[in-house]
Design a protein around this ligand. Structure first.
Ligand code: V4E
Length: 261
């Protein structure tokens, strides 16, 4: 399984100079659009599960990767060195990119929910089965217009999601500049993001396929954060947090109340 350990930070005007001074290598710039989906009663996000479509690929981020709520509580052993207080600013999420596994996890999370999609009396299982059939096993729904365009990758369509009663609740475009940076114990990626709703945020990210390496990843991130002169104060909000606060305050408040954000 892939685990993403990351820390967000606010970008100072000289961040690119600082990165260059540390030997960070630019690995490219990209523009992408994200669409996030949930049920009308926010069953996924209130379970700290984030279902996203980016560049026709599905991804599910789940908080079951290393600690409750996706957030590191600080302290803790292992890793050695670094600023362990910095752990509190880091999040740790499992990233699932295989569509069958995403569907299984989403179904599991939604199970027991009534009336969020499909015909009256139709069970969750029936809706999922219908979604799979109509999308020709993760393909496109016949007769659909709009999102399912010719030439899309298999499984990129939203038919299966619609069949589960899920709807997009957030859509935004990000301009990203990425860097590769060697840290103690491993390589980190640093992304400088600018979202189209007027929010800029950076993140230091380490991916690991071994949950036993999370402390090493934290150590790498904390050390880079120190070298970049980042504050050890409050956790910096990500794009989604700011997006929801601005555009969907009720959803945002529910997530805050559950300590998801
Ligand atoms: C996990 C999560 C969300 C999904 C978006 O994840 P994030 O890594 O913030 O987005 P992005 O665009 O940087 O994705 P990448 O390109 O790295 O895959 S939305 C909210 N969460 C939870 C969360 C949290 N509670 N606190 C912080 C600081 N970030 C995310």
């Amino acid at each position: 399984m892939n685990v993403e350990v990351e820390r967000k930070f606010l970008c100072s005007p000289d961040i690119q100079t600082k990165l260059s001074d540390l030997g960070a290598v630019s690995v490219g710039e990209m523009l992408f659009s994200d669409q996030y989906f949930d049920s009308p009663d926010w069953r996924l996000t209130l379970g700290n599960m984030w279902l996203r479509r980016r560049r026709d690929c599905w991804e599910l981020k789940c908080s079951d990767a290393g600690s409750e709520g996706g957030e590191r509580k600080g302290g803790g052993g292992g890793g050695g060195g670094g600023d362990r207080e910095g752990d509190r600013q880091c999040t740790c999420y499992r990233e699932i990119t295989e569509l069958p596994e995403i569907m299984a996890r989403v179904r599991e999370q939604l199970s027991g929910r009534e009336g969020a999609g499909g015909k009256a009396g139709e069970t969750q299982e029936a809706r999922v089965a219908k979604g799979i059939k109509e999308s020709k096993v993760y393909g496109e729904m016949e007769g659909e217009t709009g999102a399912e365009e010719e030439g899309e990758n298999e499984g990129s369509g939203v038919a299966w999601v619609r069949a589960l009663g899920l709807q997009p609740f957030a859509e935004f475009i990000t301009q990203r500049h990425s860097y590769r940076l060697e840290g103690p114990g491993g390589v980190a990626r640093v992304d400088l993001d600018s979202a189209d709703f007027g929010y800029c945020v950076g993140e230091i990210e380490v991916m690991t396929s071994n949950p036993g390496n999370i402390d090493v990843a934290l150590n790498t991130i904390n050390t880079i954060a120190l070298l970049l002169g980042l504050s050890t104060g409050k956790k910096v909000p990500g794009k989604m947090e700011v997006y929801l606060q601005r555009f969907h305050p009720e959803h945002y408040q529910r997530l805050l109340a559950k300590h998801i954000l």
